[in-house]
Design a protein around this ligand. Structure first.
Ligand code: PLP
Length: 406
């Protein structure tokens, strides 16, 4: 078994030791592009959201009830699915989807390049995660690599629609059909994304969502599963609520992973604006694409053919061979100019100590993910970006890129 200590160290970017003096950069005492930072995200509730939550509080009926049902009834058709089931959070959603779809000891193909929950819940279920690399341009799971990593014990694929961009669903479904695999899509970041004109809930065995405080549809904590199979929907509902089929009659063992109606009310209220806000995210991404692609050494993200992203995050990359700085130094300089950024993610899951028991090669079989972690950075992305914000981002990117270019 490979241990964290035995793995090769993370190499610094070439040239990082020879950072130019660049006195004009704000990080070195120069004048910043903007003294008011561009807001990185916009999570504030509207008065309507607060009123909706207060109405539930005043009703005294706080448990999962009409507001959760309303959220489910509205989200199912928007997602392109027959059934939608709310739950406590996106991690519970994964657990509820995984439990009926594969068994302990099964191999499950998972992305090396995603948030931990997609994979940690495979482990919690007793599955063996088999890490699959990412595509360099879309950063989504590489299905050619997945095909190479199929074993006699592979029973499922758990693929994340990362950053809001659907994966190559045709390729996932084709591989699944060839090998009789179950498919779970983690759409925690991808509400309202589409693939070949359909909502992403139309594909696979089950799709999971998160309504965490920073997600496109944010209720604080919250989650949902969609599926198209009646029997699976029933099973998930049973697992969600102690296997209860009648009052105090429990058909099977389950959990309490229910949402509550305060959360449901906030979700319904925010859902009123989700389509308009998603359109603004897509418009912002188009503007960023133009800005980023015009700066030598910076790389704009590509979208999977046939997919329309929900742009939970806009992830640009630096080509380390074109700069004398590391990605982190680049981002520090951007922040000083008034443009905050974030890194999703600083390491691939193959380098997470939590998964060391399942990684035999130190991550060597996922070389693209090993590179992405040194290159990616998220630009501010939300529905409230203004012309002035885009101008600040563009000027700051150009200024820092020019100062640090190799
Ligand atoms: C891809 C992905 N999967 C799962 C989750 C887990 O969702 P939650 O935080 O609601 O448990 C998240 C949340 O950050 C996520 O980004």
């Amino acid at each position: 078994m490979a241990t964290a200590a035995a793995r090769p160290p993370v190499a610094p970017a070439a040239g990082s030791e020879s950072l130019p003096a660049a006195p004009g950069l704000a990080i070195n005492g120069g004048t910043p592009v903007s003294r008011t930072p561009v807001p990185f995200m916009q999570t504030a509730l509207a008065q309507a959201d607060i009123d909706a939550a207060v109405a539930v509080l005043k009703s005294g009926m706080l448990r999962a009830w009409k507001k959760c049902e309303e959220l489910e009834a509205r989200m199912a058709p928007l997602s392109g699915a027959r059934h939608a089931m709310t739950c406590a959070n996106g991690t519970c959603a994964l657990q509820l989807a995984y439990e009926p779809l594969f068994e302990r000891g099964d191999d499950v193909l998972v992305p090396a390049w995603t948030y931990i929950a997609t994979v940690s819940m495979v482990v919690a279920r007793g599955g063996n995660p088999v890490f699959v690399d990412a595509l360099p341009d879309t950063m989504q799971i590489d299905m050619a690599d997945a095909a190479r990593k199929i074993t006699a014990r592979t029973r499922a694929i758990a693929a994340t629609h990362l950053y809001g961009c659907p994966v190559d669903i045709d390729a996932v479904q084709a591989l699944a059909a060839r090998h009789g695999l179950r498919v779970i899509y983690d759409a925690a970041q991808a509400h309202l994304a589409t693939y070949r004109g359909k909502g992403i809930g139309a594909f696979g065995d089950a799709v999971t969502y998160s309504f965490y405080a920073t997600k496109n549809l944010a209720t604080g904590e919250g989650g949902m599963i969609t599926c198209n199979d009646d029997a699976l929907a029933r099973q998930i509902k049973l697992l969600r609520s102690h296997g209860e089929t009648d009052k105090y009659l429990h058909e099977q063992v389950g959990y309490n992973y229910r949402m509550n109606d305060i959360t449901g009310a906030i979700g319904c209220s925010r859902l009123d604006r989700l389509e308009a806000e998603t359109k603004k995210r897509r418009d912002a991404a188009a503007r960023y694409d133009a800005i980023v692609s015009a700066i030598p050494g910076l790389i704009a993200p590509k979208t999977t053919p046939g997919a329309v992203s929900a742009y939970h995050l806009y992830i640009a990359r630096i080509d380390p061979s074109r700069f004398l700085c590391t990605r982190d130094q680049f981002c520090d300089a951007l922040r000083a100019e008034g443009v905050p950024t974030a890194v999703h993610y600083p390491r691939p899951l193959t380098r997470q100590p939590a998964f060391s028991a399942f990684v035999k090669d130190g991550g060597a079989s996922c070389p693209v993910s090993e590179k992405l972690c040194h290159q990616v950075f998220a630009l501010p992305m939300h529905h409230g970006l203004t012309d002035e914000h885009f101008a600040t981002v563009e000027a700051a990117l150009r200024k820092v890129a020019d100062a640090y270019r190799a």
